[in-house]
Design a protein around this ligand. Sequence first.
Ligand SMILES: [Zn+2]
Length: 467
Amino acid sequence: MSDPVVPRNYRAQHLWQASGWQEDALLGVDAAGRCAATAAGPVDDLGAWVLPGMPNLHSHAFQRAMAGLAERRGGGRLPSGQPHAASADSFWSWRETMYGFASTIGPDDLKAIAAQLYVEMLKAGYTQVCEFHYLHHQPDGTPYAPPEAMSLALVEAAREAGIALTLLPVLYMSGGFDGRPLSARQRRFGHALDDYQRLLERLRRHECQDLRVGMALHSLRAVTGPALREVLEGDIARRGPVHIHIAEQIGEVQDCLATRGARPVEWLFEHADVDARWCLVHATHLTDGEMRQLARSGAVAGLCPVTEANLGDGLFPLGAYLDAGGGFGIGSDSHISISPVEELRWLEYGQRLVTRHRNIAARHDGDSVGETLWRGALRGGAQASGMACGEWREGARADLIVLDETSPLLAARDQHSLLDSFLFAGNTPLVRDVMCGGQWVVRNFVHRDEARIAARYRETVTRLAQH
Ligand SMILES: [Zn+2]
């Protein structure tokens, strides 16, 4: 899907990997945009501080364009300026605003919004994104021609921006735990099982080095027990990552208990073979037993701390989960912030506020919080993406970020303190250059196509606001 890469050699003064720092590291990139052994020829200097790029394991791209439109008490404001009725502000009232906004978006709009979002992700240090995509059909539920038009809009947007994409088409079948039909505003999300499996088959034909196709179950309230069993037993579900929203809200836990006699994570583990292919997004409300079961399973907890804070979801039990050996990654989810630094900072600060202690993610004396968080999110994000990424090793994607060594924020920093300063020294952008799949997509803080993509985005959201 990407342009051919010219094989090259690079040198990093300091390369950080999960195993630690390497000085004067020589890095080769092959014609497929993968990490390779260095070959004969010139060597380009990357700079002082080089890190693997971060996977973003949870995204609903269209929501980027409604950031800031649901922050007024008594219900959000639609792009048209029309208020809508809402009771106490919560996740559920936010969802009404989101549904209203979603009803205005077609394939070209989605492509314009997603391309802008992906440019912002790359500039922030994300080099891969998992798109949890449920905006499948026309607003009245009629399929587009072709039926995968909205999915392809995301694929094209990722190609324009130059970010690696794991597309996770979402199975969304019912409007509640009791199996009720989809509401009018949910109709464009829905599929019968056969149609969903056909959608996956059609999309898998597009898979390449930069595009992986997995699957997603929207949530237990959107997929009944029999449907979950049937889709997981099908051939189509036997490869690629599987993502699901789960236990994000107390109301969701209560409804699951009332209708299925078990809490969501408990119920899922009883009815599915949850293993390392799975990513449980949010998993906020866990008993100790559920937390340990999730950690043991090898699945990834998909944490989206800034969105979870924005929506008032609750706090994931990070310290105990890390002690139990659990894996996690981060996602920007509703996109009220596009920054792995802010996600990881909030992940740590939420824990500090509730425990009234510091340095929670670091579980042993002397451990660095910044290194622990970046390492964990790289590993879990790569696993949830189903791609070979998140580390510099032969055969993996050549994705890296180069920090601005001239920034005052990094003055007098050394290997010991670099990651902590990157995460905990403020909001001045520090990601100077970004390579994705062996291609430079950001140089000196500027994305290769950002002016055109931003102009199209402005035109699109202006038109949507006039609906
Ligand atoms: Zn989500």
